[in-house]
Write a protein that binds this ligand. Structure first.
Ligand SMILES: Cc1cc2nc3c(=O)[nH]c(=O)nc-3n(C[C@H](O)[C@H](O)[C@H](O)COP(=O)(O)O)c2cc1C
Length: 184
């Protein structure tokens, strides 16, 4: 049987006002300029589904809970990996090291390389869910999708962590529109 995403809104909103469904108050520019200040670790989300491997660079990832061990990622529905993750019900999250900026650019489509060459940089190993995990990353999480929530153009995938591969080193950060290391 195929994977059935669970859209879960257990907490009923208690306040008596509508969330605006227009963008009139905040321009896309306001949003982007603000979000540039939200410096974050750079990750590569990976997936393998029906023999197809894909992935994308993503900063929208964070810890959710230790019990059970869960994290979340926010993925644009237009990214090819999005539907592969939905179909497979699993993904990998690779937290990049400072010296892996070239891999971040490759998986964001910034270096002009064709999609088939995304895994051409770095050494990739397959883990229990089938997701590719990067050698030399600070950490690689192997996740099964536990919940999905649609949010605007993106889907929030909550992943149950079923495997961890630890590395070490300094993190790659993205902030103010550029890649950097801590304190650079
Ligand atoms: C620093 C950085 C962070 C990004 N973070 C995200 C993210 O969290 N979620 C997302 O869906 N796309 C994010 N992107 C955009 C995707 O990496 C990019 O659109 C990628 O090409 C999508 O894959 P596709 O080529 O299969 O569409 C980010 C890009 C960069 C450069």
């Amino acid at each position: 049987m195929g994977y059935v995403p669970l859209v879960n809104n257990r907490h009923k909103l208690k306040w008596d006002r509508d969330v605006p469904d227009t963008f009139q108050d905040i321009s896309e520019d306001d949003f982007k300029t603000g979000m540039r200040q939200l410096a974050a670790s750079v990750n590569v989300v990976t997936v393998s589904n029906d023999g197809i491997q894909d992935g994308l660079t993503a900063t929208a990832a964070c810890s959710v809970s230790a019990e059970p061990p869960q994290l979340l990622i926010c993925i644009n529905r237009s990214a090819r990996a999005h539907d592969l993750i939905l179909n497979e019900g699993a993904f990998g999250l690779n937290v990049l090291a400072r010296d892996q900026e070239d891999i971040a650019k490759r998986f964001a489509g910034m270096d002009g390389a064709p999609r088939e060459e995304r895994f051409g940089l770095g050494n990739w190993k397959t883990v229990s869910t089938g997701a590719p995990i990067l050698e030399g990353a600070l950490v690689g999480f192997d996740c099964q999708v536990a919940e999905c929530v649609e949010a605007g153009t993106h889907t929030i995938f909550i992943g149950r962590i079923v495997g961890v591969r630890h590395g070490d080193g300094a993190p790659l950060i993205y902030g103010d529109g550029r890649f950097a290391g801590l304190g650079e």
